[in-house]
Design a protein around this ligand. Structure first.
Ligand SMILES: Nc1ncnc2c1ncn2[C@@H]1O[C@H](COP(=O)(O)OP(=O)(O)OP(=O)(O)O)[C@@H](O)[C@H]1O
Length: 267
C-alpha cells in the first residue's frame, strides 16, 4: 500500500500525477491519494474579499488562521474544485475514484483547537475562533471498504473534531497518520519543489537522503510550511512507515520517479 499526498502549490501538474497513478493502479498497485489546495484557496479567498491570514507560532510553525468563513472557503476549494477535479481526471483515465473529505465517515478525526498562539509584531497573542486541529484517529474501516470494492480513495482535509465540527488539518500530517494507520509501505509527499532543499530555493541543494532516526534534525532547513512536511515525515517513520519521499509533482511521472528514489528519501 502506498499513500501519495500531492500538494496544492502553484506549478503542480495534476494531469501528470493522475496519469501516473492511473497506470500504476491499473497494474494492480494499491494506492490512496491525499491532496491539498492551499494555492487555489488563497486565490479564491482574495477574490471573495476574505484574504488568507497566516500566523506563526512561537516555535516557528506557520498555519492558516481558519475562522468560520475561511473554513467555508477552504471547503469550497479543497472538497469542491480540487477534489472533484482530481476525481474527474482519474475517472477519465478509467479509474473508479471516490473523493471524500476527512469529515465524511470521520475518515480523519482529531481534537478541535479553538485558539492559536501567534507571534505578531514581536509579541505573542492568543487568537480565538480558529477551526484547526491535528489528526489523531483514522477510520481505516471505511478506506478498506472502498479499496476492497475496487475504488481509489481521493482524500482531503478538513477533518472532523470529536464533536463533529469541521477542522482544518495539515494535509501532510493527515497523510502521515493515514500511512501509519494502514501500515503503508511508503508515503510520498509531492509538491512543487524537487524535495527538501538545504538552501531553499536553490534546487541544486537537494538533500537526497535522510536517515529515519534523524528527521527532526532536518527541520532547520525547512522554512514556513515545509516544516509541517518534515514533521509529517518524522511521524510516519516513527509510526513504522518504511520510506517517506519528498518528491516533485511538476512534470513527468511524479509517483514513479519518487518511488525510484528521485527527491529526498527518508528511510
Ligand atoms: N527547505 C525547503 N525545501 C523545499 N521547499 C521549501 C523549503 N522551505 C520552504 N519550502 C517551501 O515549502 C513549499 C511546500 O509546502 P506547502 O505546504 O506550501 O506545499 P503543498 O504541500 O504543495 O501545499 P498544500 O498545503 O496545499 O498541501 C514549497 O513550495 C516551498 O516554497
Amino acid at each position: 500500500m502506498i499513500v501519495v499526498k500531492v500538494g496544492g502549490s502553484a506549478g503542480i501538474d495534476y494531469d501528470a500525477v493522475c496519469a501516473d497513478l492511473a497506470a500504476r493502479w491499473k497494474a494492480g498497485e494499491r494506492l490512496i491519494l491525499v491532496h491539498g489546495g492551499s494555492g487555489e484557496t488563497n486565490r479564491v479567498a482574495e477574490a471573495l474579499g476574505h484574504p488568507p491570514r497566516f500566523v506563526t507560532s512561537p516555535s516557528g510553525y506557520t498555519s492558516r488562521f481558519t475562522d468560520r468563513q475561511t473554513l467555508e472557503i477552504f471547503e469550497m476549494v479543497y472538497c469542491g474544485k480540487m477534489n472533484k477535479g482530481i476525481v474527474e481526471r482519474l475517472q477519465r483515465l478509467g479509474v473508479n475514484a471516490v473523493g471524500l473529505s476527512g469529515l465524511d465517515g470521520r475518515i480523519f478525526e482529531g481534537r478541535h483547537k479553538d485558539s492559536v498562539r501567534a507571534v505578531e509584531n514581536g509579541k505573542v497573542k492568543v487568537l480565538r475562533g480558529d477551526h484547526t486541529g491535528t489528526v489523531e484517529r483514522v477510520n481505516t474501516g471505511l478506506i478498506e471498504l472502498l479499496l476492497g470494492a475496487g475504488y481509489l480513495p481521493v482524500l482531503t482535509p478538513p477533518a472532523s473534531s470529536y464533536e463533529g465540527v469541521a477542522i482544518n488539518v495539515d494535509g501532510d500530517r493527515a497523510a502521515a497518520a493515514l500511512a501509519v494507520a494502514l501500515r503503508a509501505d511508503a508515503l510520498l509527499l509531492l509538491s512543487n519543489v524537487p524535495g527538501l532543499l538545504r538552501d531553499y530555493p536553490d534546487e541544486a541543494s537537494l538533500i537526497r537522503e535522510i536517515p529515519a532516526g534523524d528527521v527532526e534534525a532536518y527541520l532547520e532547513f525547512a522554512q514556513d510550511r515545509m516544516k509541517k512536511k518534515v514533521l509529517g515525515a518524522a511521524e510516519a517513520v516513527q509510526g513504522g512507515v518504511k520510506r517517506v519521499i519528498f518528491g516533485d509533482a511538476r512534470a513527468g511521472q511524479p509517483v514513479t520517479a519518487a518511488l525510484e528514489g528521485a527527491g529526498t528519501v527518508v528511510s
